[in-house]
Design a protein around this ligand. Structure first.
Ligand code: HEC
Ligand code: HEC
Length: 392
């Protein structure tokens, strides 16, 4: 009796345990799924906001040359809302037939050059190569004829030119192509367009910040239709890119863009004078600086900054408190002989990129030392704009 009760109790406990276990797993699973959902919704919202900002910037700065709808303006600038920019191939079967024919031709050419190939075989090979060349020329001509309406506006579906990136020999991503082109512009295009593509980044003397350029890139990329581009989209493009008669300067420019890594991530470095000169052409964004400082946004190199770990609003003993940083820089620090001739901003720059140069009294030389390498000039400009709000 007692034994049966005990067994019953244990079974009961096991059942209750099992049920709670299952419930907990269900809850955790639900929470995880929901977390994923919330993250995705958040990312979508961010993306939508970037596209919206990008659309406004595009309307204000780009439509005079690239057209209201991004489809280009005749004789002015090429379309960006354009299947060619996204590398869409309207004739994939023709492309693969041509590639097979080229494969066969290259094998035959090897055989032709090999020692021991008889004259009779050489004649056979030459005949076949002529046939192959004709077949390729016919396929190309056919393809050109099929999209004549676009070819009239400068489209060229042949030899990989259906993809703008292939045409230019760009091996990086579309993202990096767009961003670097926006940053540096294409000065040599004044050789083959009435006005060249200007440089837009403040780092290259233009009017826009890197984050604004990134928003424009999001806007342009939102035109991509993937596999759903139609010939109507192609015909709607008003102007396709043109290739200069002398390709050398453009090729050199593309090489330069490639060498710049495709992104704006340039180290700010540790030279206070050079940084001051560079920042003079940048506009800091205090909200971005706030987000960087508090680890809510990563630096141009993808680092989450740990400022908050050592500097909090009020004194925590690890690093000087954030509150009043700018006031202290202006009233106390630059009065130190070490900083004769420094502006408060230069003092802040120095404290961030050369933390051991001067150690604030009452603290140890414990600040992280590599900010010159993990911040871009724009990141530092944003952080300074934020620290300037700490003027209580
Ligand atoms: C003064 C006219 C002008 C303005 C304004 C202008 N562009 Fe351009 N853009 C051009 C020209 C011309 C080219 C073609 C350059 C070439 O073929 O090398 C071009 C090329 C580009 C390319 C590369 C396309 C390709 O196929 O190589 C992108 C991307 C681009 N522009 C984006 C923009 C954006 C975004 C803006 C606004 C922030 C803008 N452009 C403003 C004239 C302009
Ligand atoms: C590991 C701790 C640590 C981290 C991380 C850190 N700091 Fe500091 N920071 C300090 C300490 C300690 C001092 C005081 C000693 C000195 O002057 O080097 C200081 C000093 C400063 C000063 C001078 C303040 C004054 O009152 O004069 C500034 C400005 C500053 N840090 C900014 C930053 C920024 C911006 C970041 C993030 C990008 C950061 N720090 C990250 C520890 C840190």
């Amino acid at each position: 009796m007692f034994e049966r009760m005990l067994v019953g109790k244990i079974e009961n406990r096991i059942t209750v345990g099992l049920i709670s276990f299952v419930l907990i797993m269900v809850f955790l699973g639900w929470a995880a799924i929901n977390e994923g959902g919330r993250m995705a919704a958040f990312a979508e919202m961010q993306e939508a906001r970037a596209i919206e900002q990008g659309a406004m910037l595009f309307a204000a700065n780009c439509t005079s040359c690239h057209g209201l709808d991004g489809r280009g303006l005749v004789g002015k600038a090429p379309g960006l809302n354009n299947p060619m920019l996204f590398g869409h191939d309207f004739f994939p079967e023709v492309t693969s037939q041509i590639s097979d024919l080229n494969g066969e031709k290259s094998l035959l050419s090897d055989e032709l050059a090999a020692a021991g190939t008889t004259d009779a075989r050489k004649t056979e090979i030459n005949t076949r190569i002529t046939e192959i060349d004709e077949a390729i020329a016919n396929l190309n001509a056919e393809r050109l004829k099929d999209v004549d309406a676009a070819v009239q506006k400068g489209y060229n579906p042949n030899d990989g030119s259906y993809s703008r990136l292939t045409e230019l020999g760009w091996s990086g991503t579309l993202d990096s192509f767009l961003l670097t082109t926006l940053i540096h512009g294409r000065p040599v295009s004044n050789n083959y367009w009435p006005d060249p593509m200007p440089a837009w980044s403040q780092t290259a003397g233009g009017p826009l910040r890197t984050d604004q350029l990134e928003d424009i890139v999001h806007y342009i990329e939102n035109w991509d239709k993937g596999d759903n581009w139609t010939l109507d989209d192609l015909y709607a493009v008003q102007q396709f890119p043109i290739l200069p008669a002398d390709p050398a300067p453009l090729e050199a420019q593309i090489e330069e863009l490639k060498a710049s890594g495709g992104v704006a991530a340039v180290e700010v470095g540790t030279d206070v004078q050079a940084i001051t000169a560079e920042l003079a052409s940048l506009t800091g964004d205090a909200a971005k600086g706030d987000a960087l400082y508090h680890g809510q946004q990563t630096s141009g190199f993808g680092n989450t900054l740990a400022c908050l770990g050592c500097h909090q609003a009020n004194a925590n003993g690890v690093g000087p408190m954030t509150s009043g940083t700018f006031t202290r820089a202006s009233n106390e620090r630059i009065a130190e002989p070490l900083f004769a001739g420094f502006t408060p901003e230069q003092y802040l720059i120095d404290s961030i990129v050369n933390p051991s140069h001067y150690v604030v009294p009452g603290f140890v030389d414990g600040m992280q030392k590599d900010f010159g390498q993990i911040l871009t000039p724009q990141n530092l400009a944003d952080i300074l704009a934020y620290l300037e709000t700490q003027n209580q």
